[in-house]
Structures are given as C-alpha cells and as structure tokens.
Ligand binder design. Structure first.
Ligand SMILES: NC(=O)C1=CN([C@@H]2O[C@H](COP(=O)(O)OP(=O)(O)OC[C@H]3O[C@@H](n4cnc5c(N)ncnc54)[C@H](O)[C@@H]3O)[C@@H](O)[C@H]2O)C=CC1
Ligand SMILES: O=C(CO)COP(=O)(O)O
Length: 345
C-alpha cells in the first residue's frame, strides 16, 4: 500500500533510501539542508554532490522546511550524520505525529555523551514515539543501492510491529530486509565496523596484502564484539548482517568512505586533508574517539581501536601502529570465552 514517508537527510544514504521508497511506490518527501540541493532534486532529479551517477524518481519532493517535511507524516526515516542527530531531532520533535513510525539509519555514537543514536533520539522525542523506534543497518553502500544491485539489510527494533512495518516498507526484489530484535547490537555493530574499515583502508594504503586485511577483519570483529557485548548487544548479532556483513563490505569496498579515508592515511596524508578530500561524512573517525573512551570506561581491551586512536589523534605513524599491533604480548585467540566455553558478559 502506498504510504507517505519523509526521509530526513539528503546525503548519499538518505538519497538512496528515498529512491528505494519511491521505487516501492511510496510518496516520498526528502528533507534537505541546502536549498540549492533541494532545487536540484526537484528540477533535475539528481544529487550530483553525494550520488553523482544516480537518476532519482521524479516523484521525490525535496524541501528545506523541516516542519512541512515531518508534520503529521506517518513514517519518518532519519539518515543524518551522527553529529547532527540530536540537533535534528530537537528541531523536528514538536511536529511529529504521536503514532509516527520512526526509523534511523545512522551509524555512529554521540561523541560528547558516548550514547548510541537511539539513546540520543529517545532523549529528544516523546516516549510514545521513541519506544517504537527501529534501526536500519547492514551491508549497503548507497552507490550500489541506487543501481538496484542486490542488497540485504536488517531492521531491528524492540517493538515487533515497528520492525515488521519497516520491513514491509523497504523490501523489494533488489533490497532484501531481514528483522532482528537486537536494536542495541545492530546499532553498535553498524557503528564500530567503521573503525576497522579505516584500519583496512590504511593497511591497503601502506601496501599490505590480503593476510593483513583478513587479520584486521577477524581481530577487529573480536574486539568490536567484546565492547558490544559489554554494552548490552547480543553476541549473535555480530555474526549477522549488521556485524560481519557490514564489516566485510566496508573493509573491502572502494565505495566506503571509511576505507577511502584510511587508504589516504596509509599513503601518508594528514587526517584533515583526507577528510577534506572525501567531502562526505567519515563516521569512523568520531567513532574511534568514542569507542576508545567507551573501552576505557568499560575496561574492554581494544588494541586495534587503541592504535587507530593514536594514529588519528596523537600523531602516531601508521607503520608504528602496525609494529605495535604485531608486537603485542602472546594471547589466547578466544580471549572473550570463559573457561566453561560461555561468552564473557
Ligand atoms: N553512504 C552510505 O552508503 C551509507 C551511510 N550510512 C550512514 O548514514 C549516515 C549518513 O551518511 P551519508 O548519507 O553517507 O553522509 P553524506 O556525507 O553522504 O551526507 C551527509 C548529509 O548530512 C548533511 N549534514 C551534515 N551536517 C549536518 C547537520 N549538522 N545538520 C543537518 N544535516 C547535516 C549534509 O548536508 C549531507 O546532506 C551516516 O551515519 C552513515 O554512516 C549507512 C549506510 C550506508
Ligand atoms: O555503512 C556503510 C555500508 O554499509 C557505509 O560505509 P561508509 O560510510 O564507509 O561508506
């Protein structure tokens, strides 16, 4: 059935999701921050800055008016960078319908509070709405989604009905949507994999090969699972689409903003120059900062995150970081297993 849906955020991901929704026959409003981009979407049906090759559905209507965009809409999907989430929620909260289905597709933490995106949203939105929140995560580069290439994602919510509604809304022949009850795990896995993707890009930029990449993915998964489980995620979520699925795509795809930024760092570029050249959000940088602080707070060992923190924020040379990782003391591979085989809580 045709639904009215508003997508908030017209970067590459918001634009790609708006395309999926329009393709599914829904009436899509796209909230855009920049008036020039709103004009471009409405007149040329393109988004040249964020998704250069995409031809968007003519039915997508862009607006810069947040009140008009979300007022009384039955479904609102948030796809803004993590640093903008609280401010955006504060702006739109007064206009939301009390029965709105809210979905967010953002992968990051709030740096100042170290909170997950759903925790930030819940603080800004009335509880009757935020209690039904769903998160969209999984291996899904916008560039491939708009080309209608086969993609699988996961929607997670503690509210069964929200999860199923979000699945119905987004699913189509090229975009397969799974459900999961572990909202915390889907958010944490989706955010933390960006740290490892920066590392994987750096490894490629340094000229290392497949062995190093496999090591980073595997040991990266071990440490992000360790922190995630400590923060309340279910262990199995890390072996699903939001976990290993997204880790693989982000660490190996040339589309990944995190991989590309890491690659430039590995080749010797300074962080600020790499970010400027990217011109798009590289969530892994702020997430490395947040995860480093969370690991200290929760007393969780995260060697790759710790080395990346040193490289990004303390001037450590990438090659020195590699030496440190390879030179660590001898350890048992399954360090998070208790002696009885159960997973450490
Ligand atoms: N690009 C992708 O393929 C995917 C991205 N994501 C996630 O989606 C989120 C958004 O990422 P992208 O669309 O890739 O980013 P992007 O860099 O393509 O676009 C960011 C958008 O946010 C807007 N923006 C920046 N600061 C803002 C602020 N303070 N207030 C309001 N709007 C602001 C920009 O104008 C732009 O429209 C991120 O958390 C990312 O991890 C998730 C899955 C896939
Ligand atoms: O989360 C993503 C793919 O699933 C997007 O990753 P990047 O932000 O690194 O492009």
């Amino acid at each position: 059935m045709r639904k009215e849906v508003t997508v908030v955020g017209a970067g590459s991901w918001g634009t790609a999701l708006a395309s999926v929704l329009a393709e599914n026959g829904h009436q899509v409003t796209l909230w855009v921050r920049d008036p020039k981009l709103a004009d471009e979407v409405n007149s040329k049906h393109t988004n040249a800055k964020y998704l250069p090759e995409a031809k968007l559905a003519e039915s997508i209507v862009a607006t810069t008016d947040i009140q008009a965009a979300v007022s009384d809409k039955p479904i609102v999907l948030l796809a803004v960078p993590s640093h903008a989430m609280r401010q955006i929620c504060r702006q739109l909260a007064p206009f939301l319908h009390k029965d709105v289905l809210l979905i967010h597709a953002t992968k990051g933490f709030e740096l100042e509070s170290l909170k997950r995106m759903s925790e930030v949203i819940m603080e800004e939105i009335p509880p009757e709405i935020s209690g039904k929140l769903a998160v969209l995560s999984g291996p899904s580069h916008a560039e491939e989604v708009v080309r209608r290439q086969p993609t699988t994602v996961v929607v997670a919510s503690e509210a069964e009905e929200s999860m199923l509604r979000a699945q119905d809304l987004l699913m189509n022949a090229n975009f397969r949507v799974y459900t999961n009850h572990d909202l915390i795990g889907a958010e944490i896995a989706g955010a933390l994999k960006n740290i490892i993707a920066l590392g994987a890009g750096m490894s490629d930029g340094l000229g290392f090969g497949d062995n190093a990449k496999a090591a980073l993915l595997t040991r990266g998964l071990a440490e992000i699972s360790r922190l995630g489980i400590k923060l309340g995620a279910l262990p199995l979520t890390f072996s699903g689409l939001a976990g290993v699925g997204d880790l693989i795509v982000t660490c190996t795809s040339r589309h990944s903003r995190n991989w590309r930024a890491g690659f430039m760092l590995g080749q010797g570029k300074k962080l600020d120059d790499a970010l400027e050249q990217m011109g798009m959000v590289v969530e892994g940088v702020r997430t490395t900062h947040a995860a480093h602080a969370l690991a200290q707070r929760e007393q969780v060992e995260m060697p790759i995150t710790s080395v990346l923190y040193g490289i990004l924020f303390e001037g450590k040379e990438p090659r020195q970081g590699v030496e440190e990782l390879m030179g660590r003391g001898k350890t048992f591979e399954m360090g998070y297993l208790n002696p009885d085989g159960s997973i450490e809580a």
